[in-house]
Each structure stands twice: as structure tokens, then as C-alpha cells.
Design a protein around this ligand. Sequence first.
Ligand code: IMP
Ligand code: MG
Length: 185
Amino acid sequence: MVGPLMENIEKVLISEQEIQQRVAELGRQISADYEGLNPLLVCVLKGGYVFLADLTRALTICHSVDFMAVSSYGNATESSGVVRILKDLDTDISGKHVLLVEDIIDTGHTLAYLLENLRVRQPASLRVCTLLNKPSRREVDIPIDYVGFDIPNEFVIGYGLDYAENYRNLRFVGVLKPGAYRASK
Ligand code: IMP
Ligand code: MG
């Protein structure tokens, strides 16, 4: 993809200000819920990195962070449900209070796999925080403890989310022009 970033944006779905306000609220809620527990925030790369960076700085309690990278097999806009671990955690999570930080829950396949994978390592607790949730797309029933925004069934980019590895740096969550998909192939 070449050219100015904004050229391919159809519309802003969630503004920078709305995101910052909601992240601050989530930070307050998580700080209250995990007081004294020194949780481990596990960021799912790559999409979760922008959200994690803001969320962790909105917390007022001691906590640590670790990273996992996964890739779902499938094309650029459809998850296949088959997940591969590209990078595992550096730390042993047994006995720890783990909060999984995700960019978006779509079909739920990625999260279902991750939860199963982490649960066998016997954390003291395991919860999920996602910036975005697409309830209408859900194929697997999974509990989500903290949700930034429920969004309609549209492919979104920005604030960590990519299309073909582009647009992660946008400060808002937006939708691409239909032509942008074709242009990048
Ligand atoms: P799921 O397994 O269908 O829940 O898909 C989860 C992953 O697919 C996310 O972590 C994203 O990487 C990607 N994904 C799903 N929907 C979108 C979207 O609207 N924009 C960008 N990436 C998405
Ligand atoms: Mg992606």
C-alpha cells in the first residue's frame, strides 16, 4: 500500500477522544477490581499493542505485562479458527491473576484457543479485556469481562488494528473505503 494514510478512510467509527475516555474508565474499573492482586496483563500481538500501551498507563495499581503473538490462518479479513502461536509468554503464569488484552473479538475462535491454552497453565484467575467486540459475528460462546465498545459487523482499522499490516497507527477506529481492499492486493 502506498500514498497518504487518510486517502483510503471511508469514515471514523470511534474517535480518538471517545477511545481515550473509555480507556480511562476501563483503567479505573480494572484498578479497582484488581487492587492488591498485582495482575499480569497479557497483550495479544500485534493488534493489542496500542490498546495495551494506553490501558497500562491508565492503571493506578502495580501490575506487569507480557506478550503473546498469534496468527489465525485465513485471508486478510476472515478468521479461519485455526490459531498458531508465533511468540509465547516469557513468564510462568501459574498462580498469577492474568488479564488477557485483545484488540477485537470477532468470531471468538482466536480467544477460545488462547483461553484454553492459558487455562492449562493454572493461573489464579483468567479474564479478558477487549477494546472492540463484534457480537453479531460470534461463533464461539466465550466470556468477556471488559469491553471497550460493541461495534457493528464492519471491518475496522486503526488503534492497533490492521488491514494487510497497514493503518495500525491511526488514533481512531475507522472503516476503509471499499476500493482500498482492491487497491492493496
Ligand atoms: P476472531 O478469531 O474471529 O475473533 O478474530 C480475531 C482476530 O482477527 C483479531 O485479533 C484481529 O487480528 C482480526 N480481526 C477481526 N476482525 C477485525 C477487523 O474488523 N479489523 C481488523 N482485524 C480484525
Ligand atoms: Mg490482524
